[in-house]
Design a protein around this ligand. Sequence first.
Ligand code: GRF
Length: 224
Amino acid sequence: MPAACQPPTCKVVVLISGSGSNLQALIDSIAAGENPATIAAVISNRSDAYGLQRAQAAGISTLVLDHKAFSDRVAFDQALAAAIDGFEPQLVVLAGFMRILSGDFVRHYQGRLLNIHPSLLPKYKGMHTHQRAIDDGEQEHGCSVHFVTEELDGGPLVVQAVLPIVAGDTAESLAQRVHVQEHRIYPQAVSWFAQGRVSLHAQGASLDGQLLPASGKVLHALDG
Ligand code: GRF
């Protein structure tokens, strides 16, 4: 993979499996001139992912790589890495990519692979995060952008958005409000990376040369 971004250019490949609303937020932030990144390609493991249509509507190259066509995870991940590297990106963005990635893949992109997860990590790794937070009587919930490491939904945090859980919240109502925050913090994190402001070190993630706390930068839903 090429060296880190040389601002103002940062080529990004986005991996999706579904709706691609986070992809759309990234496309919109770039179109609005708020983000110096360039999306070189969108790759999906599912041909029916709606995000592919969003990419095509924005004039972005798309590629489908169906994991079911490969004998095992390692073979798929090797083909995926070859496809990604063909676009020579400085950053790979997981935006609802519903595949567990092998250690070799993750190590290949170390420091250049971001993910967004719908919880305040390290709480609620895995699935059904909104319902689990409600069931536990949590007062706060949110979403996290993190560098990807071999630990599933682990890896140093870059930014979190926190919002209150209110009386009567359901998994659906909470998911909707969390999504609004996802669409705010993911373009923000990608923009920081593209500007060379955020990076991964042995001790964790840093922003503007300062090591971030374990929570990453914390934004509250009402922050401007
Ligand atoms: C988001 O909730 C994200 O946190 C999770 O997958 C979902 C993707 O949604 N990783 P979308 O495809 O971006 O709409």
